[in-house]
Design a protein around this ligand. Structure first.
Ligand SMILES: Cc1cc2nc3c(=O)[nH]c(=O)nc-3n(C[C@H](O)[C@H](O)[C@H](O)COP(=O)(O)OP(=O)(O)OC[C@H]3O[C@@H](n4cnc5c(N)ncnc54)[C@H](O)[C@@H]3O)c2cc1C
Ligand SMILES: *[C@@H]1O[C@H](CO)[C@@H](O)[C@H](O)[C@H]1NC(C)=O
Ligand SMILES: *[C@@H]1O[C@H](CO)[C@@H](O)[C@H](O)[C@H]1NC(C)=O
Length: 637
């Protein structure tokens, strides 16, 4: 029993907390949760806090002490950190020639080098569009853009309606948001940090004017002040359709990122029976031979950076397995949960048979129905830099004055400076001309950065210059449900094949694609309107002149703007790949209690569970779902 592999494996566990479990009592765990992100982290903590012996398995480590994960302004830089990043290359379009029209398209040019752009060197191997993800305690919550926008009521009511399970009704879901708020503090950028910068204030006043604060200069200024005091998550009637220019709530406390990772670690520190296994990559769910098959545990490979999405991958890892007496819960995210289920014999029979994987449960809907936002910016280059960013080098080196300011003022939020913000100053909240319901369906963020989407090196580009400003749009309640996640091979360390099937190559019923496209064109025009107002209505602020960079003044007609959007849009809320649905829906993967259909003892709790992409931002709905799942499990459902 005490093979050297087992011993070294045990030594490799970076943290075994509470009473150290003996090596052969793996079956001691009641619940095993795979993945510690927005879906898995809160659930694991809640189960442990209820006294359940819980094992949380995470492919990455914790990166405690790495300020890339704590400084809000490093949200772009952190996604490039090789210690934690998982690079997925995805297809927005399956037609390669069309896909290559995106200047963010990446190629492998050998020797570990990549080319990004429209004119690759001969022999360059197409990779696709970078989709950043992360392996690390807290999952993508530890490297994301920190924005906290709660779901719309319609998101929950939809699940309730299609499943007939009224515990999903919005009127019942508020209690789970309250549970999240027991450990998640939300704060917005201190307005005084933003208002120090007249050039930024000039842009924000223009944005407030676009949102109806009135054309007169004073109204715009009043609009900005009102803005910075308006909470877009306010639990007030009419909130879901409220337009305006709002502040951006962040998952921060005292100007530093604090969320799922810290919650998990506090749960452990407080002595609850939660064990974390870091650097452990789960390769398969193990089932017994009962009918229907029951999940008994998981098989894994122990070792750091094993998954091929990691730039540091290459190791093979040490195999092992662990048992759960009650349940296994998958929270690996929209790509990895699908991959893991398929490799375990759960999924579309035809696809599994192609890979000679024995089919335990034929679930044709798994890995389909993938949804995401569409995002697109209008960007400007100024003659002079934004004062707010003076001294910010985004590298924590000696010359990084903004880092010093942040580091040296841990207790005075207003004194922490630019690094206490996530770089996004405020957002227009818009009900577009193309919305299907009364819910707002567009956020347009104002940001003194050069953010044009994801590609290798995007984080460096976003912050290298200090003279850029963007109004960048995020389309909420998107209509495209045509994304897919499919196996590339039976090697669990390979990434899956990910197709988003954007716009006309996706859902086109009732002009779905055209409506989404038109909404984004409207957003670009609103951004331009704000640029015009900056120039014409608020010159007394004294901000410097600028030229529009993207899409650029030559891109004017709706058709030209549409082409710009189709070629360059991106997303980062991939979801809905293992959807909850009605019992008679052949494409439903989960029932309304998160149970995987056709097997026992297995649930999914992460971004993949939604039948429809929720609201405007996704981490808040996922954490709410995570708390709901804990309640469902603990109350014996
Ligand atoms: C760059 C970026 C910025 C974003 N900004 C925002 C934002 O501002 N606001 C917002 O609401 N949302 C944002 N998001 C989206 C949000 O962070 C994610 O949608 C959310 O974290 C997904 O939660 P999840 O639990 O489904 O998966 P994740 O948070 O990705 O967690 C999954 C975890 O599972 C682990 N895992 C996966 N497979 C295995 C395996 N086989 N074995 C062991 N462990 C495994 C992974 O290492 C990871 O830690 C952003 C995303 C990105 C990429
Ligand atoms: C932060 O991330 C960058 C990559 O963007 C990396 O070069 C740097 O080493 C990281 N810093 C730390 C402290 O790990
Ligand atoms: C902004 O980023 C883009 C890449 O998306 C780059 O082409 C452009 O040169 C950058 N702008 C500046 C001013 O650095």
């Amino acid at each position: 029993m005490w093979s050297s592999a087992v011993v070294s494996l045990l030594l490799a566990f970076t943290s075994i907390v509470g009473a150290a479990p003996a090596p052969n009592v793996d079956s001691d765990y009641e619940y095993i949760i795979v993945g510690s992100g927005a879906g898995g982290g809160p659930l694991a903590s809640r189960l442990a806090r209820a006294g359940k012996k819980t094992l949380l398995i995470e492919a990455g480590d914790d990166q405690i002490g790495n300020d890339n994960t704590t400084v809000p302004a490093f949200q772009a830089i952190v996604t490039q950190d090789p210690k934690m990043r998982w690079d997925f290359f995805v297809n927005h379009y399956q037609d390669l020639e069309r896909a290559k029209q995106d200047p963010k398209f990446a190629y492998d040019i050998g020797n570990g080098q990549q080319y990004v752009g429209l004119t690759p060197p001969p022999g360059a191997k197409p990779l696709g569009i970078l989709y950043p993800r992360s392996q690390m305690l807290g999952g993508c919550v530890t490297h994301n853009a920190l924005i906290w926008i709660t779901a719309h009521d319609s998101d929950w009511n939809y699940i309730s309606t299609i499943t007939g399970d009224d515990t999903w009704a919005a009127s019942n879901m508020g209690q789970y948001l309250d549970k999240v708020y027991e450990w998640q503090s939300i704060s917005s950028t201190d307005p005084t940090i933003l208002l120090r910068d007249f050039q930024l204030t000039q842009h924000l006043a223009a944005g407030a004017a676009v949102m109806g604060a009135g054309p007169k200069p004073l109204d715009g200024l009043v609009g900005v002040l009102g803005t910075l005091l308006t909470d877009p998550n306010g639990r007030v009637p009419g909130r879901d359709s409220k337009e305006g220019l709002f502040q951006i709530p962040l998952i921060t406390s005292g100007g530093a990122r604090k969320s799922v990772r810290e919650h998990i670690l506090e749960t452990v520190d407080e002595g609850y029976p939660l064990t974390i296994r870091r650097n452990t990559f789960v390769t398969k769910v193990d089932f017994d031979s009962s009918s229907p098959p029951k999940a008994t545990g998981v098989s894994y490979l122990q070792g750091a950076n094993l998954y091929k999405a990691s730039p540091l991958s290459g190791g093979q890892g040490t195999p092992g397995s662990v048992k759960a007496s009650k349940e296994v819960i998958l929270s690996g995210g929209s790509y990895n949960t699908v991959q893991l289920l398929k490799l375990s014999g759960v999924g579309p029979a035809a696809e599994l048979q192609k890979f000679n994987i024995p089919v335990l449960s034929d679930l044709p809907g798994l890995g389909k129905n993938m949804q995401d936002r569409y995002e697109i910016p209008i960007t400007a280059a100024h003659e002079t830099d934004f004062p707010l960013l003076k001294g910010c080098t985004f590298d924590m080196k000696d010359h990084d004055e903004c880092y010093k300011e942040w580091k040296n003022n841990p207790n005075i939020l207003s004194a922490r400076g630019a690094y206490a913000t996530n770089g996004l100053a405020a957002t227009m909240s818009v009900h577009s001309d193309f919305a299907d319901t009364s819910d707002i369906d567009l956020y347009i963020f104002g940001s003194p950065t050069n953010f044009t989407g994801y590609f290798p090196g995007w984080g460096d580009d976003a912050v290298r210059t200090h003279n850029n400003f963007a109004w960048y749009a995020l389309k909420a309640h998107t209509r495209n449900t045509a994304g897919t996640v499919e196996l590339r091979s039976t090697n669990p360390l390979d990434t899956p094949i990910i197709n988003f099937n954007y716009f006309d190559t996706g859902t086109t019923t009732d002009g779905a694609d055209k409506k989404d496209l038109s909404t984004l064109v409207q957003a670009l025009k609103m951004g331009r309107d704000a640029f015009d107002r900056y120039r014409n209505e608020y010159p007394f602020f004294g901000g410097s002149k600028f030229t529009e960079q993207y899409p650029g003044p030559e891109v004017q007609t709706d058709e030209q703007l549409e082409t710009y959007v189709k070629n360059r849009a991106w997303g980062h809320h991939a979801s809905c790949t293992a959807p909850i649905g009605a019992d008679d829906d052949p494409n439903a993967v989960l029932d309304s209690k998160f149970k995987v259909r056709g097997v026992q003892g297995l649930r999914v709790v992460d971004a993949s569970v939604f039948p429809k992409i929720p609201g405007v931002f996704i981490q808040s709905p996922i954490m709410v779902v995570s708390e709901k799942a804990a309640d469902t499990i603990l109350s014996g459902h």
